[in-house]
Write a protein that binds this ligand. Structure first.
Ligand SMILES: [Zn+2]
Length: 297
């Protein structure tokens, strides 16, 4: 039985291999070894396909439309006629509620989990604007993981090290990248489709502190390398992708128009044989095709 783990990294594009502007060029990444002029090598025969996030719509690619596209397979930017930043508006929420890959998989009988956890404040004082992944979960009636799941090692917070939670007074253990990876691999193994969202990359890109960016990326690379080691790639496909570029250009604090990496491991690679590039609308259909081998795409 095939399964899929999607790790969505916000704001990570393919930049030049130049240590003056790209923090990924300041160390030797094992997994995030992807640049506009060189892709890989990747551990365990991973492959990387540069992925277009511009999708024929002028302006810098943004999170709300990019993530709505990633999770539905529809060109959300074309639907709105522009790239929308931040949180989904009514039109994007309606799109997600109708077309989300998570909803479709659940309706088809697959078990699905969002590995991220939510703090009590989300439920006590619900934010007026919520993320694409929150709409994805609510529209498919997924249960939310909580801080106690983080404490018990059953799920991860968006900052998988737990430093963010600990700084805010939560009683949770700090996790190394390897420990966090083991938790995610274990969590993912009990579902047909599991997804995890990491957005400190985009946040750090906007902050513009190059040392902070380097630290986040070296830590994230260690986390991803351990995940790749732990998964059973004979039956589990791993997708690492992004919604738009940002952190790969440290000389400014804006998004970029660069293509993003889509790194693939496991059985899903068979579905992209002969391909040299993707666009962001293709990820959701690939997830479905990996789980439903008989389904025509
Ligand atoms: Zn951003």
């Amino acid at each position: 039985m095939n399964s899929v783990l999607l790790i969505f990294i916000d704001g990570l594009g393919l930049g030049r291999r130049d240590s003056a502007c790209n923090p990924l060029a300041r160390f030797a990444p094992r997994v995030l070894n992807c640049f506009s002029d060189r892709l890989g090598p990747f551990p365990r025969a991973g492959i990387c396909l540069p992925t277009d996030v511009q999708l024929g719509v002028p302006g810098l690619p943004q999170s709300a439309t990019g993530q709505a596209t990633l999770f539905t397979g529809a060109n959300a930017a074309a639907l709105l006629g522009k790239h929308l930043s931040g949180f989904p508006n009514g039109a994007l929420r309606a799109l997600i509620e109708k077309e989300s890959v998570v909803l479709r998989l659940k309706k088809a009988g697959y078990s699905v989990s969002f590995a991220n956890s939510y703090t009590p404040s989300f439920f006590q004082k619900r934010p007026r604007w919520v993320s694409v992944t929150t709409v994805v979960c609510e529209s498919a009636d997924l249960s939310f993981n909580l801080v106690e799941d983080v404490r018990a090692g059953r799920s991860l917070f968006m900052d998988y090290t737990n430093r963010f939670l600990r700084d805010r007074g939560y009683d949770v253990p700090e996790r190394s990248p390897k420990q966090a990876a083991a938790i995610l691999a274990h969590h993912a193994a009990t579902f047909d489709f599991c997804f995890y969202e990491y957005f400190l990359t985009d946040w750090a890109g906007h902050q513009g502190d190059s040392e902070q960016q380097l630290q986040i990326l070296t830590n994230l690379d260690e986390f991803l390398a351990e995940i790749v080691e732990l998964l059973d790639l004979s039956t589990t496909s791993l997708i690492v992708t992004s919604d738009h570029g940002n952190i790969e250009e440290t000389q400014h604090a804006k998004h970029t128009a660069n293509r993003v990496p889509t790194i693939l491991w496991g059985p899903i690679q068979r579905l992209v044989e002969g391909r040299t590039a993707l666009d962001l609308t293709e990820i959701a259909p690939l997830i479905r095709a990996s789980l439903e081998p008989g389904r025509s795409r």
